[in-house]
Every structure is written in C-alpha cells, then in structure tokens.
Write a protein that binds this ligand. Structure first.
Ligand code: AHR
Length: 499
C-alpha cells in the first residue's frame, strides 16, 4: 500500500511548547515509595533517590513533572511533608486507602526534579483545603525569605527559592470520587480566590484550572464552560484528562484512538474561542493535557492501609505504545491549543518504568515519548496526507496513517512521526517538501512488531524496542519511507533549498 505526505515549512500549526512532553508523579502505590524514592535500596543515592530510575527518566528529557496528585492531592496537607523527617506525621491517604509516611514531600520532590533536569509542576489541594493553604505553599516555594513560610523553607535547607512556575488549581474537581468534589460554580469561586492569592504572592506563576476529568463525564464541556467563564482572567490553562483502553479487545478500533484525542482537542479549541468571544478578551487560555495514557487493565486501587502497595501496575504492550504515539501526534497537530501535557504516570503506577529491588524494566510506552521528545522541536507543521483508510468499528472510516511533523528552524531538521494503524500491511510513504529537498543524511527509527499484544518483561526486556533503519532520498529530494504495520516510524532529515 502507498501513501504520500506533503510538507511545506510555511504551513505551520504553531511553535511546539516542549512542555507537552511532561510527566506526572503521584503519591500512589509504588510511584514515590519504592519508585523514585527508596532510601533503603543500594541503588539509591544519598538523598534516597533511585539512580537507575532517575537516569532512565532523565533520558526522556521531560520539561516538567506534575506532583503530588492526582486524587491524592485533594486530601493532602503539604505542611505534613516538610521539616525534619522524623517529626513528619503519617496520615491516611483517602484516595488510595494507603498510609502516607510523608518522608517525601515538596522539598524532596524539587530536589529530585533538579536531579533529573525537569521543572516541578505543583498541584494544590482545593478539595479539603483552600486558597489560603495554596498561597502558603507558593510563599514556601517561591519567596526569597523574610516571611513565615519562606523562612521555614530556608530553615529546612532550601536557601534558594524553589521557583515553581506551574501550579494546578486542584485535581478533577468535577469527579464525585474526588475529596471535596463540588458543583462547578463553587469550584470556580474557590479557584478564582486561590488564583488571586497565589498570584498576589508571586505574580510570575502560571495557573491551570481544573477542566473535565474526561469526555465520558455528564458535565463534559458544561463544567469547563462554567469554570472558564468565572476564571478566564485568572488562569493560563485549563486541564484535560484521558485514559484510553481496549476493553473489548478490538485492536483496529483501539488503534484509531487518535481520532478521539483530536476530537477532545477540537472541543477545547471551540470552547476556548467561545469563552474568549463572550469575554471580548485579548488574552488566550490554553490546554494543559495534564493526565493522559492508556489505562484499563489494572484497577487495583486499594492499598490496604500500607505504604507503597503495588497499585495500578499496568503492563504495556505494543498497541498501547502506538496509542501513546497518537496522543503525541495529536498534541503536535494541535500545538496552537495544547501547551502542556503530562504522561500519567512515570514510575510503577500506569508507567513507562517498573522497578524491583535489583533493577528496572522499561515498558513499551517509554519509547514513543523518548522518540518524540528527542525529535519534535521548533514548529509543528500541518501535513497533507493522502493514503488508504480502514473500517474502525464504531469510529467509522479512519486513515491508516496518523501523521505529525516538526521543523526546527535553527538546525533545518524536519521530523516526521508516522503511525501505521494497520495490523498487517506496510505502507510505502513518499514525503515531499514543496520548494525544499531533503539532504542525504536521513535518520529513521521504528517501533513495531507482528503482535499488538507483545510486551516487555523481566525475561524479555527488549521484546518491544525501537530499531534504527536507514532512509532513502530520491534524486528529486523526496523521501521514500517504509512505515511498517503496527508501527511508529520517526524520520528525521535536514532540508535544503532546491538549487
Ligand atoms: O492517575 C491516576 C488517577 O487518575 C489520578 O489520581 C486521577 O487524577 C485520575 O482519575
């Protein structure tokens, strides 16, 4: 089968905000305790951070990591997690029926972020606490000193401010499962007050309003419209969340999941334009897709009132990785709407990395994030794609090829991200570049296989892993690329003017 992709470096969607390659770390299961933090492990450094985990995550080059939840945050008091560790209280964690020892808190998190080269993105509790405690946390993190909480940070060893720029105003407050869940107008009032206090302490913070927790919610978009109308002038972003699943074991349908992500982002683009129009506003609010992943196999959510129980330890296969690649394609295609996105989560809990006492396992979904974050730089281009379609059940007729592309003006590099959603037929893809041509050096990396259910295991850690291939350029400066079925193919070349 054949397909063609036409790229023109002047047909842009917009600049790529690299924060779309962010992650999410929650106090949940073995994400923190036994994941990033394990002071008793011989694999940990003097701070108790697992060095193998830090190194593997550092390679993802994540620009930001959201913390400490998730559902956890809505009954969490950040003050329990600072100060001398031996004085910190153990608390019951309402969300995951676990014990929270509080030996890892905001200071440890920020130190860990610096170690792996990422920026902290902090969520505040607007469920069972309020604007005042949220502002206190900004004071603790961001003021130099001379006030109660900034001096407390200094006393706790943080001479320099943590300088946390990104803040989430609660988590999934539309969800009845959320501690402190309330109707949209009530949340909006609380969020607006919190925003004003937090920005009063540090005017440079950027704030994320809680949007709907999913497209399946009865209040989807209605909640978002209400909270945006109340808080338009106070926030920079509204959150979107989605977890995808192949519950009917229907691979062709599941592999068309990108259609759904596009729809969600189109929904938000429309809503944001509507509220902006309503407000006659000059400012823009963007989407922070701050929880996204595949998650449907493991629903072990009860920690049995222990520390670090093995919750939500989903095993990821090839088709899951291809769905993750489509999320990233969609984020790039909507670069004018999405500014932040966080893979939920990063270690052990619905995560690309699993740990055990003697090492770690990289799961299939690790690879798309690494491939995109390494290559998608500069501006997102709008590709014109011509190719076959297939019948994806209730989703109807869907293109076999899912495509995004980027162009880095500084280096001249163009990158192409091709997901072949087909299960059996490879595609021969011709890529043309308008008034440019590809240089001779073409880098190709492919993540694919015959079995959509193939997954990495401790016995076969590389069952699903990318391989390098050589790419071909024809005499006309077009690329000819093989995009294998059940595969993500990433192509990079440098463009030169046609002589
Ligand atoms: O990521 C797991 C959970 O999913 C988060 O705590 C919550 O925000 C979402 O429902």
């Amino acid at each position: 089968m054949k397909a063609s992709v036409r790229l023109d470096i002047d047909r842009r969607v917009g600049p790529i905000d690299r924060r779309i390659f962010g992650g999410f770390l929650e106090h949940l299961g073995r994400a923190v305790y036994g994941g990033v933090y394990d002071p008793d492990s011989p694999l940990s450094d003097a701070h108790g951070f697992r060095t193998d985990v830090a190194e593997t995550l550092r390679a993802l080059d994540m620009p930001c990591v959201r913390y400490p939840g998730g559902n956890f945050v809505s009954n969490y008091d950040w003050r329990d997690g600072v100060g001398p560790p031996e004085k910190r209280p153990s608390r019951p964690d309402f969300a995951w029926k676990s014990i929270e020892p509080n030996t890892f808190g905001v200071d440890e998190f920020v130190r860990w972020c610096r170690e792996i080269g990422t920026e902290p993105m902090m969520a505040v509790n607007l469920g069972t606490l309020g604007p005042r405690e949220a502002a206190d946390l900004v004071e603790y993190c961001n003021l130099e000193g001379g006030t109660h909480w900034s001096d407390a940070r200094r006393a706790n060893g943080g001479a320099d401010p943590h300088a946390v720029k990104l803040w989430c105003l609660g988590n999934e407050m539309d969800g009845p499962w959320q501690a402190g869940h309330c109707p949209a107008p009530e949340y909006a009032r609380k969020a607006r007050q919190a925003a004003r206090l937090m920005r009063g302490i540090d005017p440079s913070v950027e704030l994320v309003l809680c949007g709907s927790s999913g497209r399946g919610m009865a209040t989807y978009m209605e909640w978002d419209r209400t909270v945006l109308e109340h808080c338009w002038d106070e926030v920079e972003y509204i959150s979107a969340h989605r977890y995808s699943g192949n519950r009917e074991d229907d691979t062709p349908w599941f592999l068309a999941e990108g259609v759904e992500i596009d729809r969600i982002l189109d929904d938000y683009a429309g809503l944001l334009a509507y509220v902006r129009g309503l407000k006659r506003s000059d400012r823009r609010v963007f989407v922070a897709f701050d929880e996204w992943n595949v998650w449907y196999k493991n629903h072990l959510t009860d920690g049995g009132w222990t520390v670090g129980a093995g919750l939500l330890e989903e095993v990821y296969n090839l088709e899951d990785a291809l769905v993750c690649a489509q999320y990233l394609n969609s984020f790039l295609r909507h670069a004018d709407v999405v500014r932040i996105a966080c893979l939920a989560q990063i270690v052990n809990v619905i995560a690309p990395v699993l740990t055990r006492a003697d090492g770690l396992l990289v799961q299939s979904i690790y690879h798309p994030l690494r491939m995109f974050s390494r290559h998608a730089k500069g501006v997102s281009l709008a590709p014109v794609v011509d190719g076959p379609t297939y019948e994806a059940g209730a989703r109807g007729e869907v293109p076999v090829l899912d495509v995004s592309a980027s162009h880095d003006e500084e280096t001249g590099a163009v990158s192409l991200f091709l997901v072949n959603r087909g299960t059996s037929q490879d595609l021969e893809v011709e890529v043309s570049f308008g008034d440019r041509r590809a240089g001779t050096a073409v880098e190709v990396e492919v993540l694919s296989g015959d079995d959509p259910k193939a997954h990495n295991s401790w016995e076969r850690p590389d069952a699903v892993a990318p391989v390098g291939e050589s790419g071909a350029r024809d005499g006309d400066g077009k690329l000819r690329v093989r995009a294998p079925a059940l595969g993500l193919t990433v192509v990079q070349a440098r463009l030169e003017p046609r002589s």
